[in-house]
Write a protein that binds this ligand. Structure first.
Ligand code: ATP
Ligand code: MG
Ligand code: MG
Length: 377
């Protein structure tokens, strides 16, 4: 089977690495260079998007910011999963909120803004502090403002207005800043028959808006149940096929959705060694029409993102149950270059493994490991 992935980054690459044993062959379409590429080797194919669509049995996406014309062509083919609506909901926070509200899934209170009067009512209705996000762009915390005090209002509005002025279709969302205890996410897969399998909820730490550390196997059953309930509601509302991720705020034991991602997700990378069938394989299976694999936790696991580093320190591989995943991208400050997965038979031992890794992974470049290790040990 031939599968085309929209986007040619590390997520397409990791899909391709698990698709081969299933006899599924992946090509990636880079929407920026408009080239069809091999997602692992980077080899270029002399193919237009139209030709690649025609030559593929199935089409999927590794990200949600897909240009509308590309999305329309893929949808027309009838081979595209999870399909246009799901990708659009992930790529536009206004559509995402409408979806969540319609599915009866609680999320952060919000006001949509396209003009100054809306901004003023947002401040009045929601109160400060506010998290302000562009609806149609943004990932890794980019395209956001924090309004903490009223004297920042005019300055931030000027920047918001510049974004709104760029395109008549642009909008901005103001959200109440949620005083969360922690951030968690759930990753799951749904097949074309509506069967759903969900992984154990992951606890996530962000540094400057970017995910730095995930741990799986530590939330209680009540949190898991709330996440699974939200997952079923959202996946059903989208008639979803593939892997879908939902990020939540845990506020005193109650989950509030932050956002959804209609794709495999950074907080699910631990499944490459903590679960029998990883998120990449389950996504490929669902899109290809194959049965889903087990999402049960095999071992408590953690994932450490490698941001802006030239390489993963080789010594980490000398630690038991540690594997490295490199993306082969050009290094840039703060860029996601790879990740490290760590597992152990108990949470206590996982803490010990993380503690051992501190010798090779500095707190500055890999924040949060020390505190997490201490907590688990
Ligand atoms: P991603 O790379 O996950 O797609 P993103 O750019 O879409 O990131 P969000 O997940 O919406 O951004 O926000 C980034 C981070 O900012 C969140 O993980 C959370 O830490 C913080 N944040 C976002 N919205 C709120 C909110 N309403 N209240 C408190 N913190 C928030
Ligand atoms: Mg996002
Ligand atoms: Mg997010």
């Amino acid at each position: 089977m031939q599968m085309l992935v929209l986007g040619a980054g590390q997520l397409a690459r990791m899909m391709a690495l698990v698709a081969t044993p299933l006899d599924i062959h992946i090509r990636a379409y880079d929407v920026v260079s408009e080239q069809v590429l091999h997602p692992v080797t980077g080899e270029r194919y002399e193919q237009t998007l139209e030709q690649a669509i025609a030559a593929s049995d199935r089409i999927t996406a590794e990200f949600e910011h897909v240009p509308a014309d590309v999305l329309a062509l893929c949808e027309q083919s009838g081979k595209f999963f999870p399909g246009k609506k799901a990708i659009e909901c992930g790529g536009d926070r206004a559509k995402e909120k409408a979806l969540l509200d319609g599915a009866g899934v609680p999320s952060a209170p919000y006001v949509l803004v396209t003009e100054r009067a809306h901004f003023d009512s947002a401040i009045e209705e929601l109160g400060l502090p506010l998290v302000i996000k562009t609806c149609q762009a943004g990932y890794d915390g980019k395209g956001q403002w924090r309004l903490k005090a009223t004297d920042q209002t005019d300055g931030i509005w000027q920047e918001m207005q510049a974004f709104l002025d760029k395109d008549a279709a642009h909008s901005i969302i103001c959200e109440k800043m949620i005083p969360f205890d922690r951030e968690v996410s759930v990753i799951g897969a749904r097949d074309a028959q509506g069967n759903v399998k969900v992984y154990p909820v992951t606890e996530n730490e962000h540094t400057d808006g970017v995910l730095t550390l995930s741990v799986a196997g530590i939330v209680n059953q009540d949190i898991q149940d709330q996440a699974v309930d939200a997952y079923h509601k959202v996946a059903k509302a989208l008639d979803y096929v593939g892997v879908l991720a939902i990020e939540f705020f845990d506020v005193g034991g109650d989950l509030l959705v932050n956002e959804i991602a209609p794709r495999v997700h950074n907080s699910g990378h631990w499944t490459q060694q903590g679960a029998f069938c990883c998120q990449f394989e389950n996504h490929v299976r669902a899109v290809a029409g194959l049965p889903l694999g087990s999402t049960d936790l095999q071992q408590p696991s953690a994932m450490i993102n490698v941001l802006g580093q030239e390489a993963i320190p080789q010594q980490v591989l000398a630690t038991n149950d540690v594997r490295s995943h490199w993306y082969g991208k050009k290094v840039k400050p703060g860029r996601k270059m790879g990740h490290i997965n760590v597992s152990a038979t108990t949470l206590h031992d996982l803490g010990k493994r993380l503690d051992e890794l501190r010798e090779f992974l500095s707190e500055q470049a890999y924040p949060g490991i020390e505190a997490r290790a201490k907590q688990l040990m």
